[in-house]
Design a protein around this ligand. Structure first.
Ligand code: SF4
Length: 250
């Protein structure tokens, strides 16, 4: 495996036009099915339950895994601000993000305990992204203009070590571009939209690697003691509690 720094250099050298060529070749148009914004059935990673269209079948809610998408700390603040502007009410960190659950366990009070290294978008009781809504049987994002890079670039990723893969298996690829399960794949995409998506895809790869390097360099094994048994989320800004509050140094 290449070092994170070497992969970051590769990410910075990605050619947006070449990425756009690959996206055009694979093809994509969002059908607004909601599959990438909602919880998913265990046998359908990344997708809405079969026949569920815009993801509105509450009967299957108990069987579904919660939507899990990585969000950077500055993106948490952006979607929080966007939600406050959209709904005219106060939003705080926990309304927008939750500790990435991988590697955590449940404490006596039901709250997560342990250490984790990413934030995930918050979910509602059905396991859907808290910012997802439906109108006229079509999915919509209530913070669309501020949605995180992982959302802007779904269902694509780049094949670089240290970058995250979205929910769902890679089902297609062209060069370094990978395409993950999505019913919108294979549809015509304009050059303008392909270039815009490619630029966001490159930005996401660079940001993910910068974040990973920041987390690695800022890891502080004593933070767990200061957290007094609560969860610690290490992001590139340092260790934080589940509500986004920094866990200060000694
Ligand atoms: S922030 Fe918006 S685009 Fe991203 S998962 Fe949530 S509803 Fe979907």
């Amino acid at each position: 495996m290449e070092s994170l720094e070497a992969e970051l250099e590769r990410a910075r050298d990605l050619d947006v036009d070449e990425l756009a060529d690959a996206i055009e070749s694979i093809g994509f148009e969002c059908t607004r099915c909601g599959g990438c914004c909602t919880g998913y059935a265990p046998d359908e990673p990344g997708g809405a339950p079969e026949g569920d269209g815009a993801g509105g079948d509450s009967d299957g809610a108990d069987d579904r895994e919660p939507h899990t998408a990585t969000v950077f700390p500055d993106e948490v603040r952006e979607v929080t601000d966007a939600a406050e502007a959209a709904f005219g009410e106060s939003y705080d960190w926990r309304d927008a993000a939750r500790p990435m659950p991988f590697g955590l366990s449940e404490g006596d009070d039901g709250e997560p305990v342990g250490e984790t290294f990413e934030w995930a978008l918050a979910t509602d009781d059905c396991g859907d992204c808290t910012f997802y809504t439906e109108a006229d049987e079509q999915g919509a994002c209530t913070v669309h203009d501020a949605r995180p890079l992982i959302c802007q670039t779904y269902p694509f990723s780049v094949a670089l070590d240290g970058t995250s893969q979205p929910m769902g298996e890679a089902v297609d690829g062209e060069g370094v571009v990978r395409a993950h399960e999505c019913e919108g794949l294979g549809r015509d995409i304009s050059r303008e939209d392909a270039v815009e998506l490619a630029a966001a895809l490159k930005e996401r790869a660079v940001r993910e690697l910068e974040e990973a390097i920041g987390v690695r360099d800022g890891y502080d094994p004593t933070a767990a003691e200061r957290a007094d048994g609560d969860v610690v989320v290490f992001d590139s800004e340092g260790p934080k509690a589940a509500d986004g509050t920094p866990i200060d140094g000694n």
